[in-house]
Design a protein around this ligand. Structure first.
Ligand SMILES: C[S@@+](CC[C@H](N)C(=O)[O-])C[C@H]1O[C@@H](n2cnc3c(N)ncnc32)[C@H](O)[C@@H]1O
Ligand SMILES: [Mg+2]
Length: 301
């Protein structure tokens, strides 16, 4: 059976050296030459096709979509994630955690941030605030020097680590994540950075938890709120925080992705309302060249 298959399908070595065939006793006729040419063409087409697909996936499509927000998000956040999840039987947050465990030093938050940024720039995009906008976040955290921070949208804990590493002693970040799988990864990332003491991670939805904050944590208000959950929740959750008295005069709201994917109703609200003084910080969507930015709004009471 194998012998018959070999007579139809020559080995790669035989294609390169037809004399090998002769050594095996097979006659080199016009029809075998024609068949070998066909196999050779097939071999080159498959190799060329695979190389082209890889180049498209690795460089050409990423380069083409990096200036277009919608295409960049569909490519990185839907297509590539699905391909890699299917091929590796793992999830993006699990792969991100492995990169942290491999490349970051336990107890060193800056190495955790660096390992995640490296993973996202070199291996796979992920929806963290990222290194570029992360520098703006760092500046605001350092300027406010908050005691109580609320973060809406934890994902894998990248921004939580960025914020918590800059907090003064006794300060806390309360971070909300409604996806339990993401929260489990964030928990491990925060622990790897050695910041468990500074972070309270809640698995739950913002709409359910904002009204319970005062009673659960015995706090009066937040000094800084980082909004980075689903964009259609920015405005209702801001109004909910106002209603629940979680904002004091001088509290800062810092909202990510106000341009891409965008939160137009929220932007309109904080820019028009006499209760806020608002400022836009122009930047780029995480790990791309698409325009995006952070909106910093001071609550005037
Ligand atoms: C953009 S990611 C957060 C990224 C993170 N802040 C960072 O920079 O590393 C948004 C996250 O918010 C979570 N989320 C969305 N809506 C939420 C809600 N209403 N309550 C709690 N979590 C929410 C999503 O599951 C997702 O993990
Ligand atoms: Mg974001």
């Amino acid at each position: 059976m194998i012998g018959r298959w070999q007579s139809i399908c020559p080995t790669v070595r035989e294609l390169a050296h037809p004399s090998l065939k002769a050594r095996r006793g097979e006659k080199w006729t016009g029809s075998t030459a024609c068949r070998d040419t066909m196999w050779l063409t097939l071999l080159y087409s498959c190799t060329g096709g695979a190389a082209l697909l890889y180049a498209l996936y690795r460089w050409l499509i990423p380069a083409a979509v990096q200036y277009h927000g919608g295409l960049a998000l569909i490519w990185h956040d839907v297509i590539v994630e699905w391909i890699l999840d299917t091929l590796t039987h793992s999830t993006r947050p699990q792969r991100l955690l492995s990169a942290v465990q491999k490349n970051a030093t336990r107890g060193d938050p800056s190495s955790v941030v660096k390992a995640i940024d490296q993973f996202c720039r070199q291996k796979e995009w992920a929806m963290n605030v990222g290194d570029e906008k992360g520098c703006i976040l760092d500046l605001v955290v350092s300027e406010v020097n908050p005691t109580f921070v609320l973060e809406l949208g934890t994902y894998c804990g990248y921004s939580t680590v960025r914020i918590a590493r800059l907090l003064p002693p006794h300060a806390k970040v309360i971070t909300l994540e409604f996806n339990p799988d993401f929260a489990a990864i964030a928990h491990q990332v925060i622990a790897w950075a050695g910041l468990e003491d500074k972070v309270h991670l809640i698995v739950g939805a913002s709409g359910d938890w904002i009204p319970k904050m005062k009673e659960q944590f015995g706090l009066n208000s937040f000094d800084l709120v980082f909004l980075d959950h689903w964009k259609d929740r920015y405005l209702p959750d801001t109004k909910l925080m106002e209603e629940c008295g979680l904002l004091r005069q001088g509290s800062i709201l810092l909202a990510d992705n106000v341009i891409c994917p965008g939160a137009p109703d929220y932007l309109d609200y904080v820019r028009r309302s006499s209760q806020y003084e608002s400022q836009y910080f122009k930047s780029h969507l995480e790990y791309t060249k698409v325009e995006d930015g952070l909106e910093k709004s001071i609550f005037l009471g």
